[in-house]
Design a protein around this ligand. Sequence first.
Ligand code: GDP
Ligand code: MG
Length: 166
Amino acid sequence: KSGFISIIGRPNVGKSTFMNRVIGQKIAIMSDKPQTTRNKIQGVLTEKDAQFVFIDTPGIHKPKHKLGDFMVKVAENTLNEVDAIMFMINAAEGYGRGDQFILDRLENVKNPVFLIINKIDQVHPDELLPLIEQYKNKYDFEEIIPISALQGNNVDHLLAVLKEHL
Ligand code: GDP
Ligand code: MG
């Protein structure tokens, strides 16, 4: 099994930390530099029975200036070409305008979108359920998976779920 997984989310939600955890030092092509290519490969994770190619999708994050319709279309098309989408949020911050911008881009996407609630080590477990309910109302997520990319909580479970969609 192998497939492409797009990781999207506001800055600082923990995308790079997640990549570091699952890819580690094995690959050195991770970069935070903006690129103009359609898809920026951030890392490849090869397991016994599966290969995950994690990619970034330029144009899907809220821009400093208004994106042209064309750029937005390109980003949307790209999200239709991957096998699964990880939409990562910060459990401690909750819902924000940057998230709505991304959810709007996901409106016409047919691929499975997983809501990844990261940084659960920073919130009380009681705060998680209201957050899940809030996001559930905004998009028909394939599944909602809380993790801590920094501490590693539930990351193996996330990979196992993603594997089913490769
Ligand atoms: P990115 O902009 O989405 O790539 O976010 P980064 O991976 O650079 O993370 C931004 C900050 O959040 C860094 O200081 C990370 O150490 C921190 N961070 C990322 N994941 C977690 C987490 O699960 N728990 C906590 N407490 N901090 C995290
Ligand atoms: Mg980053």
